[in-house]
Design a protein around this ligand. Sequence first.
Ligand SMILES: C[S@@+](CC[C@H](N)C(=O)[O-])C[C@H]1O[C@@H](n2cnc3c(N)ncnc32)[C@H](O)[C@@H]1O
Length: 302
Amino acid sequence: MATTAENGSRSNGKESTNGKEHDNGTESATTTTTAHTETSTKSDVGVKNDATVKEETKQKQVGRHGKLGEKTILHSIGLMEYILESSVYPREHEQLRELRLETGKHPRNLMLSPADEGRFLQVLLKLMNAKNTMEIGVYTGYSLLATALAIPDDGKIIAMDINRDCLNVGWPSIEKAGVADKIDFREGPAMDTLDVLLGEGEKYHNHFDFIFVDADKNNYINYHPKLLQLVRVGGVIAYDNTLWNGTVALTEEEMVELQLPKYVRHYQPYILELNKFLAADSRIDISLVSIGDGVTLCRRLL
Ligand SMILES: C[S@@+](CC[C@H](N)C(=O)[O-])C[C@H]1O[C@@H](n2cnc3c(N)ncnc32)[C@H](O)[C@@H]1O
């Protein structure tokens, strides 16, 4: 852990070189740590007033579902925009961009996976040489198309969603990108579809290289034992939204104080339970990656 003196000197170094708040993640995080250290000292001597408490609580609510493409747990929207504009949008496939912009017109566009997460998943899939994948929660198909573009020509994705209506928004882009043949879409509740796959003898056991879970947050923990049978040893299950708008670091009272939407407060305990469960599950290796709304990678060990 960095000492106050270390924080101070790094912070000073930053100001003297560029004078900006958020030039990179490390600097931004360091600045925040310093601020928190100072506030807790004040609190100890009873100086903290209501306004300070409110401001601290706001700062803790780091997650946001803001403008399209800005779903991020980063403190700084400027930093988010820098990441998108410098390294994500220049590499975004033409049809992915088209699908993302088309989704922007859809009334439920807050569900869209952020572009930096799509990019991250594509690089991960390529690193793994993933060929057989699964996706739970398709919506208009952003992460689905990202996956389809990243796997080889003979790769396959079993994609599940409770209904196909939203996918119709993105399907023309998927067809135009020439990857529709890789997709086997299964309509209906994912739990039922998983049981169908598990019921087909050994066909899908240990079959998938990669599984992306982005639907039905209260059921992640119930999907887990089924997914562990379907993913191969060494394969990865990725659970999306595991920082849940940053609320994993908030108490119920803080969420009420911040007037967070009811659905956000409703799902927070399920995500907390999942995170605790995954951390204790010795069958997997895990990493909670702070991209988008948080994505936990679980590599099957046995
Ligand atoms: C957050 S969105 C998925 C976003 C998508 N991965 C993307 O890249 O934009 C969640 C989707 O899960 C679907 N869904 C909700 N409950 C479900 C369930 N029980 N089984 C399957 N899909 C479900 C919803 O219809 C919705 O399309």
